[in-house]
Write a protein that binds this ligand. Structure first.
Ligand code: NAD
Length: 317
C-alpha cells in the first residue's frame, strides 16, 4: 500500500485534513482490496475505487454464488470467493459491507489472515455495538475504523451497485481514542475519492442521530404499509387508490427486511426512544383532530413544512 504522507496528517484536526486535499492527485494506491458483502454498498465502493484506478485488485467475498457471479460478470470485483480467510489474505484494505448483525462475526473470521498494517473498515448503519465488539479483539498492527456512508437505495445486491452512489453524500467515521490516525486518514481518503464528504462523529451520537433521521422513518414506512395492508385484508381495495404521496412516503418499505431487522436489534434503545417520541407526536395530532383544533393543526403543519422546505435550501440529498 502506498500512501501519500500529505493525506496522513492527524485527522481529528479537520482543518489540517482539508488542507491535505492539495490537488487532484490520488493520495493512495491499494494493491489489494477485499470487499466482504458485495451488495449495493460494498459493490458501489469497489466500483468507485476501480473507476479512479486506486486499487490493484479487488476481491469480492460473499455467502452466495449467484450474487458473486453477478459481481464478477458486471466488473464490480476482479475475483470472488466464499472463504473470508482466503479472500482477505494480503489485503491492504478490508471493507465489510454485510448486514450489521454479521459484521462482528465476519471480522472475527478474517482476523487470523490479516496482514500487518491492514486497515479494516465497515459500512454498518449502527456503530457503537460494532465498535464495542470489534475494537477490543483487533490484533496489534491491524486497525479498525468504523464508518457509515449516508447513501443508499432500497435495492440490494451487486447488480444495483454504481460508482456514483457516494458522490455528494456524507460518510460518517466514528473513531475512538484507540483508533490509529494513519488508518483513519486512509479511510477518510478512500471515501473522499469516492466523492463523499467525511464527518467525524462519536459512535453513540451517530446511533441517536441515525435513529431519528433514518431508522425511525423506516419503522414508520413499514408500519404505514402494514396498516394499509390490514385495510386491504379487511376487504377494501385501498392500495388501488394510492397515488404519488403514498408511493413517495413508502419507498423505503421496500428495503431489505434482513438488514432492517438487524438494525433494530443493534440500535434497540435509540430506536425505542425515537418511536416513543413519535408516538407522543401522533397522540398530540390525534388530540388536535379530536378537538377540531384547526389552529393547532395548522401550526403543527406549518412548522413541519418550514423544516422540510429548509432541507431543500440546505441542498441535503
Ligand atoms: P445488500 O443486501 O445489497 O448487500 C449485502 C451483501 O452481503 C449481500 O450480497 C449478501 O449476500 C452479503 N452477505 C450477507 N451476509 C454475509 C456473510 N455472513 N458473509 C458474507 N457476505 C454476506 O446490502 P447493502 O445495502 O449493501 O448493505 C450492506 C451494509 O451497509 C449493511 O451493514 C447496511 O447496514 C449498510 N448500509 C446500507 C445502506 C443502504 O441504504 N442500503 C446505507 C448505508 C449503510
Amino acid at each position: 500500500m502506498r500512501i501519500n504522507n500529505a493525506a496522513m496528517r492527524p485527522c481529528f484536526d479537520l482543518s489540517a485534513a482539508r488542507m491535505a486535499v492539495i490537488d487532484d492527485m490520488p493520495r493512495f494506491f491499494l494493491n489489494k482490496v477485499a470487499v466482504i458483502g458485495v451488495g449495493l454498498i460494498g459493490g458501489s465502493l469497489a466500483l468507485a475505487l476501480k473507476r479512479k484506478g486506486l486499487a490493484g485488485t479487488i476481491v469480492g467475498i460473499g455467502r452466495g454464488t449467484e450474487n458473486l457471479a453477478d459481481a464478477k460478470r458486471l466488473g464490480v470485483v476482479d475475483s470472488t470467493t466464499l472463504d473470508v480467510a482466503e479472500g482477505v489474505r494480503d489485503a491492504d484494505l478490508v471493507f465489510v459491507a454485510v448486514p450489521v448483525l454479521k459484521i462482528g462475526e465476519t471480522i472475527k473470521k478474517a482476523l487470523p489472515s490479516l496482514k500487518q498494517g491492514c486497515v479494516v473498515t465497515d459500512a454498518g448503519s449502527v456503530k457503537k455495538a460494532i465498535i464495542d465488539e470489534v475494537e477490543p479483539i483487533m490484533p496489534a498492527g491491524v486497525h479498525f475504523v468504523g464508518g457509515h456512508p449516508i447513501a443508499g437505495t432500497e435495492n440490494s445486491g451487486a447488480r444495483y451497485a454504481f460508482p456514483e452512489l457516494y458522490v455528494g453524500r456524507r460518510c460518517i467515521l466514528t473513531p475512538t481514542p484507540d483508533t490509529d490516525e494513519k488508518a483513519l486518514g486512509l479511510v477518510r481518503s478512500v471515501w473522499e475519492e469516492a466523492g463523499a464528504s467525511v464527518v467525524i462523529m462519536e459512535a453513540s451520537a451517530h446511533d441517536r442521530v441515525l435513529a431519528a433521521v433514518s431508522h425511525l422513518p423506516h419503522m414508520i414506512a413499514y408500519s404505514l404499509v402494514n396498516t394499509v395492508a390490514d385495510v386491504e385484508d379487511a376487504g377494501a381495495d385501498a392500495l388501488g387508490y394510492s397515488a404519488g404521496g403514498f408511493k413517495d412516503f413508502t419507498r423505503i418499505a421496500s428495503s431489505s427486511p434482513e438488514m432492517w431487522s438487524d438494525i433494530c436489534a443493534m440500535n434497540r434503545d435509540a430506536i425505542i426512544e425515537m418511536i416513543d417520541s413519535f408516538q407522543r407526536r401522533l397522540d398530540r395530532l390525534k388530540g388536535l383532530i379530536k378537538d377540531r383544533d384547526l389552529k393547532g393543526l395548522k401550526e403543527d403543519f406549518d412548522r413541519a413544512k418550514r423544516v422540510r422546505d429548509s432541507l431543500l435550501k440546505k441542498n441535503v440529498k
